[in-house]
Design a protein around this ligand. Sequence first.
Ligand SMILES: Cc1cc2nc3c(=O)[nH]c(=O)nc-3n(C[C@H](O)[C@H](O)[C@H](O)COP(=O)(O)OP(=O)(O)OC[C@H]3O[C@@H](n4cnc5c(N)ncnc54)[C@H](O)[C@@H]3O)c2cc1C
Length: 465
Amino acid sequence: MAYDVIIIGSGPGGYVCAIRAAQLGMKVAVVEKRPKLGGTCLNIGCIPSKALLYASEMFAEAAHGMAPLGIVVGPPKLDIAALMKHKDDTVAANVNGVAYLFKKNKIEWVAGEGRIPVAGQVVVKAGDGKETTLEAKHIIIATGSDVARLPGVEIDENTIVSSTGALSFAKPPAKLLVVGAGVIGLELGSVWGRLGSEVTVVEFLDRILPGMDGEVAKQFQRMLEKQGFKFHLGHKVASVAKTAAGAKATIEPTAGGASIELEADVVLVAIGRRPYTESLGLEALGVATERGQVVIDAHFATNVPGIYAIGDVVRGPMLAHKAEDEGVALAEILAGQAGHVNYGVIPSVVYTSPEVAVVGKSEEELKAAGVAYHVGKFPFTANGRARAMRHTEGFVKILADAATDRVLGAHIVGFGAGEMIHEAVVLMEFGGSAEDLARTCHAHPTMSEAVKEAAMAVAKRSIHI
Ligand SMILES: Cc1cc2nc3c(=O)[nH]c(=O)nc-3n(C[C@H](O)[C@H](O)[C@H](O)COP(=O)(O)OP(=O)(O)OC[C@H]3O[C@@H](n4cnc5c(N)ncnc54)[C@H](O)[C@@H]3O)c2cc1C
């Protein structure tokens, strides 16, 4: 059977690319070895984690947030089976949605593990070991990523877990030790912290959320500490050993000094993810890789003609929407159109409470690049809607070019930050200025008025502070 395109991997990169390619008239097959479509994101990533984050946020709200609104409820009780059912139902609805879209667009799902023996061919090994050879003009590697491991620390998904194990605890661990203060560690730490775990985070660097704006990270760390998080920053994990009660980790200050022993019921290793290309046969095929990533050009082409790659398996942030946009761009390029991804304007959201959402440059990046910029800031304590909802934690920070006023970065910590960030994303996509944003009418009373006020603050003319 000959196809125009065969995509290996059905995550947000692969399935979105398949749909766009089919819309453009191509005959498309997707090879997926997992029993369900949707990849990491839908099965064990973005979607299940957000289901748990929402439910645990409601639990915390019921425990602490209702009384000041005049709503008296008893202490909430956790029904973990129902919580997990909510997560599983959410995953199933999304996964089934992809299967429906495949049918609608006449995309064929070939179940099994794919490898590329030669350009133009994909061999698919089914669960029963049977191999089928498929042929296509274009082959797209969208095999995503896997959890990065700590050398010497074996993940058993029981006492020492990855993000996957931390999505399915049978009960909140009394003490949860999180290794890594990145997005996934802080999100899953928040879930279990709200449900009763004592959460301690160890981070190698001397700050949380590496790569994000330093001021944002510092203020956000204080908010998490108020919620009960304990941090050991600037520490590396020397060892993790299982004990009768759980696990014991030895951590060492990176600057030197005495090591510390931390006991925990469960240790979550969340030190990042690595590109996944195992069993594709890339080495024999001669496809170039660098630090595990498939090397591509500006049009997603590898060094082997007819083979392309997108998503977590290539350079750039490991984010679902980045993978999706690459999928769309590549399908359009293969159809002879001008597909393109603007890597300077990819938002990033931490779905904690409050949320953190950023797009564009941080202050540190602008300083390092020698770009002169102005800062406009506005706190939610001065926003009427935030006060009405008792969500006054956090602020908006807009960074604009000192000479042109073009917005170069937007940083929001606060309730609903992950939704509000998109007005900055659209503005930046169109090369807009802080004044453009400041002169755009915003409905009152909304949290988004703080975004407008921060833009006004760039020219030192905010009204409500
Ligand atoms: C806990 C967690 C939370 C996350 N939360 C977010 C979030 O909120 N927002 C966000 O943007 N990102 C989030 N991410 C990251 C996001 O999941 C990834 O960026 C995204 O899934 C990458 O998409 P992809 O298509 O490149 O690969 P993947 O989603 O990893 O999909 C790759 C697919 O390829 C399949 N595959 C691999 N090799 C083969 C083979 N040889 N043959 C057949 N099939 C194969 C795999 O089974 C998999 O299904 C999260 C990740 C985790 C782990």
